[in-house]
Design a protein around this ligand. Sequence first.
Ligand SMILES: [Mg+2]
Length: 370
Amino acid sequence: MTHTTESGATDLLPRRPRHRRRARRAPDPVHHTRHALLLHGHRRASLHGHRRASARSELLHTPPRASEPPPTVATMTTARTRPRISLLITDLDNTLWDWFEAWHASFSALIHEVSRMSGIPVSTLEAESRAVHQRRGTTEYSHLLNELPSLLALTPEPMKEYDQAIHSQNAARKKTTHLYPGVMATLQRLRTKGVPIVGYTESIAFWTEWRMKTTGLDGVLDALYSSPDHDLPDGVSFEAMRTLPAEEYGLKKTSHRHVPAGAEKPSPSILRGILTDFGGNEESSVYVGDSLIKDVVMAQEVGVLDVHAAYGVSQDLPGYELLRRVTHWTDAIVQREREAATTAGHVAPTYSLGRSFGELLDLFDFAKER
Ligand SMILES: [Mg+2]
């Protein structure tokens, strides 16, 4: 997915037809200005579709007056006509809730407790966890302990032996799983306006449903698109692993639809499929997500209004190294994510939410499709 340009710089964007591809360049004389404008959402709905190229050229070649401050959400709402939006499609992890915080707290609790009980070094458990995560295609693998070689050397059923550690993991997950401030109020506001809300996540079905129910979003989102559950070893089933009655699992109100197993963002075809399912068009649909290389790139590829949930970015947090050490992502994806915010791999969002999800209400005029 990467290739090297003549200048030797690595172009980190997915290939796409040249006529639809936006230029992502190393800094030019107006780069800083352009970037500031984009990050303040200083682009009109007319930037989309056939007028996008000329408007971008205007941004590139018309320096702002020195006395003119960068636009803010407040100035935009009074001075400009906000794009009218009739469909919201949103990422979930680190856009609606702080997935990273909950994952870090719960995985750390598990590994440290297992290490304490077993005497196996944390570094060994982490390395073995990565191998399992890569094999299973998820960093939230419920059967993890039973597939760690160093634990299997000690006991035939690590999940039973270290049940206390799994309880610690679950307790930490529950304690740290919550919506970002303003998310519920914003989504409820859209519901009262009759605007459909669709979630699209790479995360697997089980834990996404759990988070939806834990945060009270079942029924707030009209539909959820997620990966199906991960594979389990032969002879093991989710039904057998679950301790509550069957009716306790699954969403009750939000329609849950599975994307093909292994489909990862950016997946423009899935996003286009969501537009089709909900009768949305590019000009009046918004896609929100925290990942530049997955969410923003995908939305731009499809041509819907892309919004970066910048408040959810976690890559600079000290604990993020743990996720890099054990992730199911390939080394190439990890590297691409590192570089997405740098000059070489820069991905420029059209709109950015600096502080909260609720800023969507300032940027757009949400209304039911007429
Ligand atoms: Mg996310």
